[in-house]
Design a protein around this ligand. Structure first.
Ligand code: AMP
Length: 192
């Protein structure tokens, strides 16, 4: 294709602590698309004391998920912004099957579609080790466990959903950061 290369629309999927946030920043930089982290957006809403922040603060602190309707509003608004019109990298959305359907609806409605879902795979023992090392004050062991439980129950079904659509690309996340990024670029067919 001559002229401007098409910028991809990507979803990053993976368990808590798999390194999605780090990879999202690196990959988005390489691809020239915005990294959109719903977790970061919600944390900003909490720290700036908006109505949304007040609504989600307790839910986030418990490790539970914010409801799908609230998240649909957040993501619709964000994807409608100019910088997301030509590609984006979503980190932390979708996290449930209804969210995946919402995303499909948003994109179809604007004549777009996803190009790839990168599944960052890390062995469970390594995830536990990372969670302990991180040891953020707000991450009690109980909350970490709850995040894993929620991931298994609500988010893992997305793997099959996207595999069935031919969009799923498993990536070994148990490698040095730059190796993970380069595998992602290879999966996307971009020369890294
Ligand atoms: P994250 O930084 O992606 O781990 O998100 C931190 C927290 O924000 C999660 O544990 C949820 O409480 C909330 N959150 C972020 N994204 C979503 C989403 N797509 N659906 C529901 N809750 C979300």
């Amino acid at each position: 294709m001559a002229g401007e290369a098409k910028r991809p629309r990507i979803v990053l999927l993976g368990p808590p602590g798999a390194g999605k946030g780090t990879q999202a920043e690196l990959l988005a930089g390489q691809l020239g698309v915005p990294a959109i982290s719903t977790g970061d957006m919600l944390r900003r809403a909490v720290s700036s004391g908006t109505e949304l922040g007040g609504k989600v603060q307790g839910i986030m602190a418990s490790g539970a998920l914010v409801d799908d309707a609230t998240m649909a509003d957040v993501v619709k608004d964000r994807l409608a912004q100019a910088d997301a019109k030509q590609g984006f990298l979503l980190d932390g959305y979708p996290r449930t099957l209804p969210q995946a359907q919402t995303l499909e609806g948003i994109l179809t409605g604007t004549g777009q579609e996803l190009d790839a879902v990168l599944l960052v795979e890390v062995p469970e023992e390594e995830l536990v080790r990372r969670a302990v090392l991180r040891g953020r004050a707000d991450d009690s062991e109980e909350v970490v466990r709850e995040r894993f439980r929620v991931y298994r129950e609500k988010t893992e079904p997305l793997i099959g959903y996207y595999r069935a659509r031919g969009l799923l690309y498993p990536i070994d996340g148990n490698l040095p950061v730059e190796k993970v990024t380069s595998q992602m670029l290879i999966a996307l067919g971009v020369n890294g």
